[in-house]
Design a protein around this ligand. Structure first.
Ligand code: RP5
Length: 207
């Protein structure tokens, strides 16, 4: 087993169900990672220590996920020049809007590459970390290309299944207007004329 190249941090164990998505993507690409809990306000010393030593330990990218007033990614970014990917987590009564703004709105000079809120953001963080590593690793670059092709194929298969499910059942008999609309009956007056060769009397009951 080689040394981890991606570090995944989260503010609390309650963030784990979301941040596991990032780990799952890294596993899929065969990228070694480490994962720990470190909170910018509950364990600030650990966050500083982790961020300051990450590059010396061989880490190339740090993914930081947090909810509420989510300053974790920004604090990590302030302590390292490694790329930091922020995942805002929708764990607050504000449904993550607070975390999104806290993570994305970094003042100029210390960037945090902010992903979407929640599980989709964590998944994208894993892919984005792979893309950063792929810049100098052709194997990972090829795996990313394969993943795109597979994703395309999956969508096409779903589209085909949907087409089959929503198809109108085939009509067994050929459909014609004549077959469904009854022919108009000739009036009794025309039938009289055809039979007798004369027009019926004006007061005739056949009028
Ligand atoms: C943040 O506070 C964490 O990232 C988490 O999303 C949120 C709530 O943490 P817990 O109270 O569940 O530990 O620091």
């Amino acid at each position: 087993m080689s040394k981890p190249v991606v570090g995944i941090l989260m503010g609390s164990d309650s963030d784990l169900p979301v941040m596991q998505e990032a780990a799952a993507m890294l596993q899929e690409f065969g990228i070694e990672y480490e994962m720990t809990i470190a909170s910018a306000h509950r364990t600030p010393k650990k966050v500083l220590e982790y961020s300051q030593t990450a590059d010396k330990r061989g880490i190339k990218v740090i993914i930081a996920g947090a909810g509420w007033a989510a300053h974790l990614a920004g604090v990590v970014a302030s302590q390292t020049t490694l790329p930091v990917i922020g995942v805002p987590i929708d764990s607050s009564p504000l449904k993550g809007l607070d975390a999104l703004l806290a993570t994305v709105q970094m003042p100029g000079g210390v960037p945090v590459a902010t992903m979407a809120l929640g599980k989709a953001g964590a998944k994208n963080a894993g892919i984005f970390a792979a893309q950063i590593i792929a810049a100098s690793d052709v194997k990972i670059a090829n795996r990313l290309k394969v993943q795109r092709v597979e994703m395309e194929r999956e969508v096409e298969e779903k589209a085909k299944r949907l087409a089959v499910m929503s198809a109108v059942p085939a009509v067994s008999e050929p459909f014609t207007v004549e077959a469904t609309v009854p022919a108009k009956k000739k009036s009794r007056r025309r039938r009289w004329k055809k039979k007798t060769g004369s027009t019926p009397p004006a007061q005739s009951p056949v009028a």
